[in-house]
Design a binder for this molecule. Structure first.
Ligand SMILES: [Ca+2]
Ligand SMILES: [Ca+2]
Ligand SMILES: [Ca+2]
Ligand SMILES: [Ca+2]
Length: 381
């Protein structure tokens, strides 16, 4: 069929996304379609996470539009709309429209830009800069300065690449804490990152984090090895994490261990996993430099329904012990735990700190970015 004047006019009026009206065909002879004949279709991004396809058929039939693994179907007649939801902001998608099971149109459209849709808060008030650590996204806080950096080195901290790589997608706002963790401080935050806290959270702070996760927040707990007491207060990210994760209700706990795994490739093989197969890239190998291991407590045969192991020590079964990273759903909330702060170190920090660039090695960056995206509920992650 020839595309109608209507579809041409529609395209001329929609600056975001274009539909290729070259797709032709009919559904009239197929499957569930009854009398439906394809006339035209076009698509545009209608929100940061949706694409709206407008189509027209004569008669009635079953129409499906798909983009990658996302699909939306409805029985249609005459002029109709189909919405694809759960997409990534500011992303171009190839689209396919079928009628009665036969592809009748292909096209493309982009979702809208959503500047700073997801809010990530990095804690900096629990000894994250003690000793040689400089696990901050910038020395300015709560907001990093400059507000529009040209590169990660425009921000000063060993985690500036972590912050910058999120910020530069356009989808994330990143900030640091400026005082104690409270329900106010966590209001509007999607992900709280605790990058190797070295002083304990107070009972009130721990309660605020518990409430945050219970309400659907994402908690990224980055530990380090046993004995890494950088400020000599008797506490490390191991015992601080053990206390916090238990309070949150996690089945995953941190072991008082200190292991190296420079080429950790005992990774969950699920390519569809949102962390090891996420949109920032696949994770096939990570580098751990003096890390704590993790264990899943309780009945490991059933507890794993809430816990998904992500990385294990090389040579060990992918079971409930000897993990190096895991993700977990806790009620409405999500938690990612990794046993080492080193792989997110970008090697540039405040003067005088001994840091090493691990961020750009192996798939370290992809792991931390994918984990943050999953914790944020970033669609498509
Ligand atoms: Ca700065
Ligand atoms: Ca300490
Ligand atoms: Ca380490
Ligand atoms: Ca840096």
């Amino acid at each position: 069929m020839t595309p109608s004047w209507f579809s041409v006019l529609f395209l001329a009026c929609t600056p975001v996304g274009t539909g290729d009206t070259a797709g032709t065909g009919t559904g009239s002879s197929l499957g569930t379609a009854t009398d439906a004949v394809f006339v035209s279709a076009s698509a545009q991004g209608s929100s940061p996470t949706e694409i709206d396809l407008q189509g027209e058929v004569t008669g009635q039939g079953r129409a499906c539009v798909s983009a990658g693994t996302r699909q939306s179907c409805a029985t249609v007649s005459g002029a109709f709309s189909l919405y694809l939801a759960g997409l990534l902001p500011d992303t171009a998608y190839d689209l396919s429209l079928s009628l009665g099971g036969v592809e009748v149109w292909t096209g493309s459209a982009s979702t809208l830009v959503s500047q700073g849709a997801f809010s990530v808060l990095f804690d900096r008030d629990h000894g994250e800069q003690a000793g040689n650590a400089d696990w901050v996204i910038d020395d300015d806080y709560p907001d990093p300065d400059p507000s529009s950096p040209g590169s990660e080195t425009a921000w000063n901290g060993a985690y500036s690449s972590f912050g910058y790589d999120l910020w530069s997608t356009g989808r994330y706002t990143v900030a640091s804490t400026s005082g104690e963790l409270s329900q106010d401080a966590l209001s509007g935050v999607d992900v709280l990152v605790l990058p190797e806290p070295n002083t304990p959270l107070s009972a009130a702070e721990q309660a605020a984090v518990v409430a945050f996760v219970a309400a659907g927040g994402g908690l990224f707990y980055i530990s380090d090895h046993d004995g890494a007491d950088r400020d000599g207060d008797g506490h490390t990210a191991v015992d601080i994490g053990q206390s916090l994760l238990a309070a949150v209700g996690c089945l995953t706990t941190i072991d008082a261990t200190n292991v190296d795994q420079y080429q950790a490739d005992n990774i969950n093989p699920d390519a569809g996993d949102p962390v090891v197969g996420g949109s920032f890239g696949p994770v096939a190998e990570l580098g751990f430099f003096a890390a704590a291991t993790l264990s899943v407590t309780g009945d490991s045969s059933t507890a794993s329904s809430a816990v998904v192991g992500l990385v294990w020590r090389n040579g060990y079964d992918q079971a409930a012990i000897e993990l190096l990273a895991a993700r977990e759903r806790v009620g409405a909330g999500r938690v990612v735990i990794i046993g080492d702060s080193s792989p997110a170190d970008d090697g540039t920090a405040a003067y005088g700190n001994q840091v090493y660039d691990s961020w750009h090695d192996q798939n370290n960056a992809a792991f931390f970015l994918n984990a943050t995206a999953w914790l944020a509920g970033d669609p498509g992650s």
